[in-house]
Design a protein around this ligand. Sequence first.
Ligand code: PHB
Length: 577
Amino acid sequence: MAATDSVAPLERGLAVLRALCASREDAVRPGDLVRETGLARSTVDRVLSTLTHLDYLRTDGRAFSLAPRAMQFGNAYLAASGLPDALESFAVRLADELDESVSVAVPDRDGARFVVQIPRRRTMTLAFRVGDLLPAERCAPGALFAPHWSTEQRAQWSRRLTSRRLAGGGASTTFSPLPPVPGSPPPQEIESAFDERATTAAKAGWALDDQLIEPGLIAVAVPVRDGTDGRVVAAVSVVSHTSRHSAESLRDHALGRLREAARRMEDELAGSREPATLRRASSPPSDSGSSTGSGQAPRGLTTAALIDEPKRDLGAHYLRSLARGLTVLVALGSRRGGMTLSAVADATGLPRATARRALITLREEGYADCLDAEGRLFVPLPAVLELGYARLCGRGIEELVRPHLLELSTQVHESTSVAVLRGPEISYVARVATSRIMQAAITVGTRFPAYATSMGRVLLAALPSAERDARLAATDLKPLTRFTITDPAALAALLQRVAADGYALVDQELEEGLRSMAAPIRDHRGRVVAAVNVSMHAGRIDAEHARESVLPALARAAARISADLAAMGDRLDLGAA
Ligand code: PHB
């Protein structure tokens, strides 16, 4: 594989994406990316326009931020490795048994990267996310991974320790979640202390983190090995706080169960080794949620025809080989146990020579590797998670829907909101207020009876009929205005209608003078999990007009939000209904 076979636009595109993901700001200006990457402004602009066109980034015209679709990259690694699918349930059980946080990390170059996080933090400590990378010398899993490092990894680690930029974590971009160590000891001391911890850990079969990351945070970890060659493929940690345990008492408390969980994880990995198509990677795009003319690229893999098309319109502002390379990266997640060049070419619809050059580049960039000595089977590597995964995981529903509500409000010149169902009520999770009506009264967390609101009706209508009837039966159906429908049979019939129409229009039933219209928001499984609405002054716009002028924009916003939710998959926490 000659270096000349690599793809320059893909290399540059990855450099820009990496710099954007490592930035402390959520929205990054092109000038900052020029400075960080050393690339020409024109190159950065082309990369940004390509990534924006592919919906990996969004822009307000000046700065760029990650879009949920960028989770595809990290998902490709998680799916191909099969680790979250295989190990998460054991981690959940362990966290329940011990009533402490549990995480699973994998070795990534000279660090440990989280692939499972089951948090149970009571005391203020850093909460890491799936995708976050810790330096090996500052966490429990690192001491378990280090004895298995190659000479190259070891050298990389030593180089990092001696380079001031990365050693303390202060200005580190690689380890951005970490606080700096005040008065960090000289590299030689860190090196010998870590070597000692790693040797002890290898002998004992467990490792401790006694406040290596921050005061109060303690952890004990054990290795998870591959059944065939004994390689340490992951480490499972129990994480606590000094207000509950000392490092030693945590070890005494947790080690037995931790070892038992690791043994079960090893059994599971051995049993699930046959290459299998993975649920998370390959589940078909969920039905109607994203079937819209919103311009959103379909969920899942973008194949050759779609990748090449924008070239006609965007010309030099569209880097086709960057788009193709990223598609190859995402495609690597469609199968476990590695993919051959032919399989990648088939999955993407790209010519073999194109797919091959992309794979070579991804390998050089540290995002893919060959599983076998013959170089036939390609897999994505954990470093792929640095391309925005942790960052996007940390976003909540409000952050996710806000740009869509702003856009919708701008289009229809009315207030817009998103709410979820909580028992018999709706609870607001986001709102953009433009109109005068009820402006002050509604904030995030505000609740209203579901039966008298458009969002509530959309959410009730999506329930199985038995549950819908039960919720209505448990609700005190009071008239809130002269117009409120309170007859259970009439309401049941209305909800049938709403389910069939796919939207609800409620006219002055919650408050006189207020008319509102709502549409359902679906998750990656196609389930209705939230609703978006537009609220209008009843005097300004009649019901028919509202349907004509507002409904199309509302439906598009619902589809766009649903597509973002689909991209987030299981990673978005909507709370319990
Ligand atoms: C964590 O999951 O947050 C964690 C795990 C191991 C450590 C520190 C933190 O050493």
